[in-house]
Design a protein around this ligand. Structure first.
Ligand SMILES: Cc1ncc(COP(=O)(O)O)c(C=O)c1O
Length: 379
């Protein structure tokens, strides 16, 4: 193990007892995140209700995330889940002229469900089928037309780790006047992100996976030209120009992306998010991406040597590798009995990598696969 990885891993106490490979569900808890939460608790104990200070921290979280994705703070809403951010945008769109919402069947269920709920407001949802574990840009190209309002697009699929080709899909959507919403929840934190270079209209991610935070905070970026043109009907006092005007009789939405927020912000998380983002930046995001790629290659090569069917497309750079099982649930339990934390979705065993994982972790997974080969689908 390189000394750099070793010292990064030392910030995550779970590795004293377990081999943790489940960042696709929940990132591991670091000492830095724990200390920042303690800091919030300390300020609560000491001052009781220091809301002025807490609101400053919440703005600091917005600024930290905006910097992390190459956006301005005014372009970022701090929300309590990815679903909350997506719902806010869905509520603001008008399905009168353009009705179609085109998305792949690899989206996380919340994405399908939120847009399906808009059918009552006139939306028509078209799901694109996957072929051989992929949904290709041509498939989007055939479906996106001048009736398409928006294309929700998961960057990495939670079920098989497939990585969407964002650039051509964004280009095709924009050429036909459609918007693109990138859901980066299964990748945000594993590599550098430049939301402007991606050229997406909306970018959403929660923080509990590769951003190493607890559940309860997520972020929504909105392209600046769109912010004032969108009026969400899901709203609340923290979406107003001045929440502290306490004006019950007027709806006066902020002119920044804060207009996509609703009620009291997740204040403990406002302390946590900047600490987690700093940890990721201190390690280096390009380095994280390279490290994850090498672990991904090692696991996929090893699984192929064992002739175990890999559901993740062969060229994957991670962070999620999914192996096909006859009984994925039993495999998760077998591994848990040996202090390894992984997860499953349907017939797929999900193994995910972050900066704190090592080649030894990969070897431990391969040893388990070899030992329990009867539970796997073998080619
Ligand atoms: C890709 C993706 N999008 C969205 C979600 C759900 O986000 P939230 O629970 O914050 O609404 C998840 C959760 O696992 C996810 O993996």
């Amino acid at each position: 193990m390189s000394t750099e990885i070793e010292s990064a891993r030392a910030h995550f106490p779970i590795f004293k007892n377990k081999i943790y490979l489940n960042s696709c569900s929940q990132g591991a808890l670091s000492d830095a995140v724990e200390a920042s939460l303690q800091e919030h608790i300390r300020s609560w104990h000491e001052h009781g209700s220091p809301w002025d200070r807490w609101v400053e921290e919440y703005e600091a979280a917005r600024t930290a995330f905006a910097r992390f994705i190459g956006a301005a703070p005014e372009e970022v809403a701090v929300v309590t889940s990815a679903s909350a951010g997506i719902n806010s945008i869905a509520s603001a769109l008008d399905f009168g002229k353009r009705r179609k919402v085109v998305m792949g069947e690899f989206e996380f269920p919340t994405m399908g469900q939120i847009w399906l709920a808009q059918e009552r407001r006139g939306a028509e949802i078209e799901f694109l089928p996957a072929q051989n574990g992929k949904i290709c840009p041509e498939c989007y190209s055939r479906a996106i037309d001048d009736q398409t309002l928006i294309v929700p697009l998961t960057h990495v699929c939670f079920m098989n780790g497939f990585r969407s080709e964002v650039a051509p899909i964004v280009k095709q959507a924009h050429e036909r006047g459609a918007l693109v919403m990138l859901d980066d929840y299964q990748d945000c934190g594993t590599r550098p992100i430049d939301v402007k270079a991606l050229d997406v209209d909306f970018y959403v991610s929660g923080a509990l996976k590769y951003l190493l935070c607890p559940s309860g905070i997520a972020f929504l970026y909105v392209r600046p030209e769109l912010i004032s043109a969108l009026t969400p009907t899901i709203t609340g006092w923290f979406a107003q120009k001045n929440p502290f005007a306490f004006d019950v009789k007027h709806l006066d939405l902020a002119t920044t992306a804060r207009r996509f927020e609703t009620g009291s912000p997740p204040l403990p998380h406002a302390y946590i998010a900047p600490a987690a983002l700093k940890l990721l930046d201190d390690f280096g995001r390009e380095k994280t991406a390279q490290h994850i790629k090498s672990l991904t290659r090692a696991l996929m090569d090893g699984a192929r040597d064992l002739k175990i069917k890999v559901k993740t497309p062969a060229e994957s750079v991670g962070p999620l590798v999914v192996l096909q099982m006859k009984d994925a649930d039993a495999m998760v339990k077998k591994m848990a009995a040996d202090n390894m934390v992984v997860s499953n979705r349907m017939d797929g065993l999900r193994v995910s990598f972050h900066l704190y994982n090592t080649l030894d972790d990969v070897h431990a997974v391969l040893a388990q696969l070899e030992k329990n080969r009867t539970l796997a689908v073998v080619e």
